[in-house]
Design a protein around this ligand. Structure first.
Ligand code: THG
Length: 807
């Protein structure tokens, strides 16, 4: 093997490399017959191929891609050339090398085989690895510097190509998929899922080629960046093809290709080339434009993810706990065991769908039962589940042979469940995770069983983590199971599991998983106990839970804990699940189109809580000549009134009200920026305070926000405010009303005291009271003018009493 002097892996850390442009179209211009085999020209017309490489090298390319894209056995077979795979691919590298000189890298190019992988087609994973392996061996033998896997539509075929690249060489690998303008590959994979899968399997550079212009590829790469810290590659077409006089023309000019360079560089794109329709003049423009860009880039921190063909799920690193559906498991399920023995998958498919419906984000697949050929069963189970559910998979087996079959059948990045601390398990299972790009669950037990103490389990966990790291499995791809024991048998050890969990997270910095329901084995009403243990484990920081998602008690505990642990932002999932959903659905506005009147769009933005979108809408309204008063009264306020109506009808809840209020705030801030003091008069001045002795001010703050958003000027004295200060401030600021809040029965008296003091001092203002323990009767007793049940009622009643209800 001729090793190159240059190091591609190092080079991409130092500068952005230019890759060449299209090969096929130039070959046609220079003599390739219509319908001819492009790779055959490596043998019959090497000087033509070399001339194209030379033109790209002269244009400034750092990487020349060998003419081997269709050089696989299965592609060459169309031309009767399947016997010459080695020769054609070696020659491809040699020709490029001749043109490359000392400065350019040479990449062996691999494209799809043109066959479909099982179960859709008849290509077996091993067969695909074998086909790609022939090309890889030829490239390595001929001294290529790296491999370029391009234009893949099937993520699993691309995985096979990566496995072959690793198995038959140690060359750096760039892996690219092609996406259409709907944002997925033809076979259904979005950029995020492609990126997670390829990141997992350990390639050097990921990205996209073909299919889209540079604007489209930029969007694809942005999505990839949201889930990966790897360097990226961009190989766009020269725009989208158009038909001119019956011929396909790529209209993109060299200048258009470079318009995205700055954004690409910021994103961590380290290789930029061209695909269909690009020529040496495009590459020359790219090289010139890149000359002025900074060379270095620091990768963002890596995060834990799993993927399927069509979706990704975050794992660990602060993400909400992943729910792993446990029901595809023959334990205690006679029907499923029987189906496994008969090779049927009806139960599997039904449970896959039902568990997703119930809220599972991952699916555990376990096929181990007496009389079952586990490797065969696991493969067909993976195909069956992948066919009906988009959730990433958890392969539940301790048999390495079964695991490997499952790993070959899976489309995305799976979680292996599990490896233990026993040397034999580590030796057999960890290399599988590395080879097929899977994450792993490590069980905190070894040959001597489950250690009694948390410290003992931590020690086993540490040995698993060390072994995994040492063969190149990333820390984010390791979860440790501290093992749930049955509380009925060993009651004193339940808390030991949670103690171990906290230690593993703190000391090893890896994620954690538990088979939660084991805890309640042998006791009545198991879900009662299991769900409480689950809540405790979530508080301890559990990252993934193997549970029955169809058990409502378990999911109740989960959804509640996610709110309390501040992982369910604004309680959105909780509300979506538990609010009267039919009412919410029916009250949702028909989506307001872009073309709608700006007043309606402003209202809709308030209702939706579109904080980001509202600023430009306010600008548009101003540009259309609306005064701040009109923007507020005819756009924003009707939106807020609708929110109030829905809140009153229990169709939405406080988090959404607050989001709408924040949206309102953003709109007002923008109006103030543009109009300064020309905002029009305020509706009135309101003094707000939480009374002395009381330090609860959430409710009072919400009232302040909403009053402001409705056009009042608010003076907020804060919490724990003595009556004397309230009186002084009311007099000083000449306010129209004073709002007082108290949350505790013990501070109610202070409310009464403040109102008495205001009266005694002769300050003529309306008074309003509210807070959890305040009742309308109490308000009347102490002589308050307004009792408000909640913030929206406060606004409405203040407006009414000041006579500013509807301008
Ligand atoms: N850790 C890890 N993996 C695991 C476990 C673990 N995998 C298997 C198991 N434990 C988690 N999965 C299950 C699956 C089913 C049941 C419990 C855990 C179960 N089955 C009922 C029974 O046994 O009676 C059947 C009742 C039913 O129909 O649901 O409870 O700890 N890493």
């Amino acid at each position: 093997m001729k090793a190159s002097m240059k190091d591609f892996r190092k080079a991409i850390t130092e500068r952005i490399l230019v890759l060449d442009g299209a090969m096929g179209t130039l070959l046609q211009e220079r003599g390739l017959a219509p319908g001819g085999c492009p790779e055959e020209m490596n043998l019959s017309a090497p000087e033509v191929v070399e001339s194209i490489h030379r033109d790209y090298a002269l244009a400034g390319a750092d990487i020349l891609v060998a003419n081997s894209f269709g050089g696989s056995r299965s592609k060459l077979a169309h031309y009767g050339l399947e016997g010459r795979v080695f020769e054609i691919n070696m020659k491809a590298v040699e020709i490029a090398r001749a043109a490359a000189g000392a400065d350019c890298f040479v990449a062996g190019s691999i494209g799809p085989t043109g066959r479909f992988a099982m179960p859709v087609g008849d290509a077996d994973f091993d067969e695909l690895v074998d086909i790609f392996g022939e090309q890889v061996r030829a490239f390595a033998e001929a001294g290529a510097d790296l491999l370029s896997l391009e234009t893949f539509l099937d993520i699993r075929e691309l995985k096979a190509a990566v496995v072959a690249s690793r198995q038959f060489s140690d060359l750096p690998v760039m892996a690219m998929m092609t996406f259409d303008d709907g944002g997925r590959s033809v076979l259904g994979t979005p950029p995020e899922a492609a990126a997670v899968t390829l990141d997992g399997i350990g390639v050097d550079v990921i990205g996209s080629n073909c299919g889209l212009g540079v604007d489209g590829i930029f969007e694809v790469l942005q999505k990839m960046r949201s889930v990966t810290s790897l360097p990226l590659i961009c190989q766009a077409n020269a725009g989208l093809p158009v038909l001119v006089d019956g011929e396909t023309v790529f209209p993109g000019t060299p200048e258009e290709m470079t318009a995205y360079h700055e954004r690409l560089c910021d994103l961590g794109v380290r290789v930029i080339g061209g695909c269909c329709g690009t020529t040496p003049s495009h590459i020359s423009a790219i090289a010139k434009a890149l000359g002025s860009f900074p060379g270095t880039w620091s990768a963002p921190p890596r995060k834990g993810w799993l993927s399927s063909r069509s979706a990704v799920v975050a794992l660990g690193g602060g993400a909400p706990c992943a729910i792993i559906g446990e029901r595809i498991n023959p334990t205690g399920k006679k029907g499923y065991s029987e189906e496994l023995r008969q090779g049927k998958t009806r139960y599997i498919r039904a449970e896959a769908m039902e568990q997703i419906q119930a809220g599972a984000s991952l699916l555990d697949v376990n096929c181990g039962a007496p009389g079952v050929d586990e490797p065969v069963a696991l493969e067909s189970a993976v195909y069956a589940v992948s066919g009906v559910a988009s959730a990433p998979l958890v392969l539940d087996s301790s048999d390495p042979v079964a695991l490997e079959r499952g790993l070959k059948a899976a489309d995305g990045k799976v979680l292996i469940n599990s490896v233990s601390g026993e040397p034999k398990s580590l030796e057999m299972v960890l290399p599988l995770a590395k080879k097929y790009g899977a994450a792993i669950i490590g069980l905190a037990l070894d040959g001597t069983g489950i250690p009694e103490t948390a410290e003992g389990r931590l020690a086993v966990a540490r040995s698993i983590v060390d072994a995994a790291l040492s063969i190149g499995i990333a820390r984010e791809d390791i979860l440790i199971d501290c093992l749930t024991l049955t509380v009925s048998a060993e009651q004193e050890r339940a808390m030991e599991t949670l103690r171990a969990l906290r230690q593993v997270k703190a000391e090893l910095g890896v994620g954690t998983v538990l088979g939660v329901s084991n805890i309640s084995f042998g006791l009545p009403q198991r879900p009662v106990l299991s769900s409480t243990f689950f809540a405790m484990a979530l508080e301890a920081g559990l990252d993934a839970a193997i549970i029955n998602p169809k058990d409502e008690r378990m999911m109740d505990a989960f959804r509640s804990a996610m709110v309390l642990l501040n992982k369910d932002v604004r309680a959105e999932n909780y509300i979506a699940h538990y609010a009267d959903f039919s009412a919410v659905e029916s009250s949702r506005p028909v989506k307001v189109p872009e073309s709608a009147a700006i007043r309606d769009r402003l209202a809709a933005a308030i209702i939706e809580g579109d904080k980001d979108g509202i600023v430009s809408m306010v600008d548009q309204a101003s540009a259309e000549g609306l005064t701040p008063m009109q923007v507020s009264n005819e756009g924003l306020l009707p939106g807020l009134e609708e929110i109030g109506r829905r809140f009153g009808a229990n169709q939405i809840f406080l988090p959404q009200v607050m989001l709408s209020a924040e949206t309102m705030h953003a709109a007002f801030a923008r109006l103030k920026e543009s109009f300064g003091d020309d905002m029009g008069p305020s509706l009135g001045k309101i003094l707000m305070a939480t009374v002395e002795g009381d330090i609860h001010d959430i409710g009072k703050n919400i009232v302040c926000t909403l009053l402001e958003n409705h056009g009042f000027e608010v003076i907020d004295l804060g919490k724990n405010v003595p009556a004397a200060r309230i009186v002084a401030a009311a007099r000083e600021h000449r306010v129209d009303a004073v709002g007082l809040s108290a949350l505790m029965t013990t501070t109610l008296a202070q409310m009464s005291h403040a109102i008495e003091e205001l009266k005694a001092a002769g300050v003529k203002v309306f008074t309003m009271v509210g807070g959890a323990v305040v009742t309308p009767e109490y308000a009347e007793t102490i002589g308050a003018d307004i009792y408000a049940r909640d913030a929206l009622e406060a606004v409405a009643k203040v407006k009414a009493i000041l006579g500013v209800a509807k301008p």
